[in-house]
Design a protein around this ligand. Structure first.
Ligand code: CMP
Length: 139
């Protein structure tokens, strides 16, 4: 069924002017950008967004990286959007990512890995609501 997921184009990508290249790969994978905003996340926002990771050893670095420059937050719509997005993103660690995926093509490291994507439909709903109101989303 047609569903939605949440995506972030991370600071390593905006810094290298890859917003369009990444978005083109998402679109070519059958996803439609139904909301998009370029923002500078605050430390508080990043800490809350990544709250599930706060006990991880990389949490501090992850938050610092995510606020190191602008990000583009997006809502993506398509058939089986969460899985479709995860497939085109590729593995978290670019060393493990399949050919033809966004992270294989563009990620610099496991941390500076170009994109975030929701890992479940439940988390997609939560993450979308963190950044967007229903009126922001035009399907
Ligand atoms: P993301 O999908 O945004 O969710 C959590 C992020 O933490 C992940 O992508 C990576 O950017 C980062 N991450 C995951 N594992 C590590 C790690 N071992 N070291 C540093 N960053 C990591």
């Amino acid at each position: 069924a047609v569903s939605r997921t949440f995506s972030i184009i991370k600071p390593d990508a905006t810094r290298r002017n890859l917003t369009g290249a990444v978005t083109k790969m998402l679109e070519d994978a059958g996803l439609r950008v139904v909301a998009s905003r370029r923002i500078q996340m605050s430390r508080e926002q990043a800490e809350e967004f990544y709250g599930v990771h706060k006990e991880r050893p990389f949490f501090g670095e992850l938050v610092s990286f995510m606020i190191s420059g602008p990000v583009v937050v997006q809502v993506l719509e398509g058939e089986d959007a969460v899985k479709r997005n995860r497939d085109i993103m590729g593995a978290t660690n670019p060393a493990d990512a399949q050919d033809g995926t966004i992270r294989k093509n563009y990620a610099e490291s496991i941390e500076a890995n170009t994109v975030h994507g929701s890992d479940s439909e439940d988390n997609a709903r939560t993450e979308i609501a963190f950044f967007f109101t229903p009126e922001d989303i035009v399907g």
